[in-house]
Design a protein around this ligand. Structure first.
Ligand code: 0GY
Length: 296
């Protein structure tokens, strides 16, 4: 059989030996946005995937968790696995109580399937609007999924590009669950924090107490590159305006990074720039993710 799952020729693999962060994470810190890729062939990538990554399985993730000083992970289903959640669920099970998961599901998902994933630690679903990652799903379909998962106490993680927010606002405001927005809605950090696009995002969070944000991915959003200082005002603004509704994560193994591969230790050192007090750091890294993911 020909191997159709060789990683893309321009794929950048995760950093092989990240530096030890200078910032000492508080005990109990949660990496609330990371993924597993395969490893294939145990967990093959989905036929409908838009990219074929390197293998980056749970063992490497747990090694990184321990090395950086995190205690727990929230593992978000990556689009390269489509709606086949086995790799993510297997990682959650293997971590015991130290991981939670976010799944990708279709409208045909049954209550029994949700309950089974719930028992493994899954606590939500991801709705992806990023066109380079997925084919479009009608909003009515997403809404029907949200209605199905709501009785389980699950929430919705959404990933979209800044240009799509205006059109998405009514849909987001109609969702019946907690919503977690990936990477602050991907602002264009060349425009400044006062730009109407970023204000639209802040206003959305201000109006809707059920909307949270991951203040993640400076390496993805930065136009300047290391040390990603052009992203600081955005992440700091969201963290200081909504200290009880922010989450932080590494985004390991960093899918689709093309400019460079971040050093996960340096990413951890970004945290005190955006959460400048011990109290903000505790909320961002412990209290908020524990409330959202480990309340039961
Ligand atoms: C991220 C970002 C990306 C990819 C995915 O599931 C995914 O494929 O999330 C991206 O390419 O921007 O949050 O990991």
């Amino acid at each position: 059989m020909s191997d159709v799952q060789v990683m893309d020729s321009d794929w950048l693999e995760f950093h092989p030996n990240p530096t030890k962060p200078s910032f000492k994470l508080p005990q109990g810190a949660v990496d609330a946005h990371c993924h597993v890729f395969g490893p294939s062939p145990e967990f093959p990538f989905a036929p409908e995937r838009k990219y074929t990554p390197c293998n980056a399985g749970k063992d490497r993730l747990f090694e990184l968790r321990d090395f950086l000083g995190f205690e727990r992970n929230v593992i978000v289903q990556a689009t390269c696995h489509g709606k086949d959640n086995r790799a993510m669920v297997d990682a959650c099970r293997a971590a015991g109580d130290l991981a939670r998961g976010i799944a990708s599901v279709g409208p045909d998902i049954t209550d029994a399937e949700i309950a089974e994933m719930d028992a493994a630690g899954v606590r939500g679903v991801r709705f992806n609007f990023v066109k380079r990652l997925v084919d479009a799903t009608p909003k009515e379909v997403f809404l029907s999924i949200a209605e199905k998962i709501k009785p389980f106490g699950w929430h919705v993680v959404v990933y979209f590009e800044v240009a799509d927010l205006e059109e998405l606002v009514p849909f987001l405001e109609s969702l019946p669950t907690v919503i977690v927005v990936d990477h602050m809605g991907r602002p264009d950090v060349g425009k400044g924090v006062k730009h109407p696009d970023f204000k639209r995002f802040l206003d959305l969070m201000a109006r809707n107490e059920n909307i949270w944000s991951k203040v993640t991915c400076p390496e993805r959003l930065s136009l300047e590159g290391l040390p990603y200082d052009d992203v600081v005002p955005y992440a700091r603004t969201v963290t200081e305006m909504f200290p009880d509704r922010v989450l932080w994560g590494t985004d390991w193994p960093h899918p689709n990074m093309k400019s460079h591969m971040p050093d996960d230790g340096q990413l951890v050192d970004f945290i005190p720039k955006i959460a400048r007090t011990e109290e903000l750091q505790r909320k961002l890294l412990i209290d908020n993710p524990m409330r959202l993911y480990w309340a039961r």
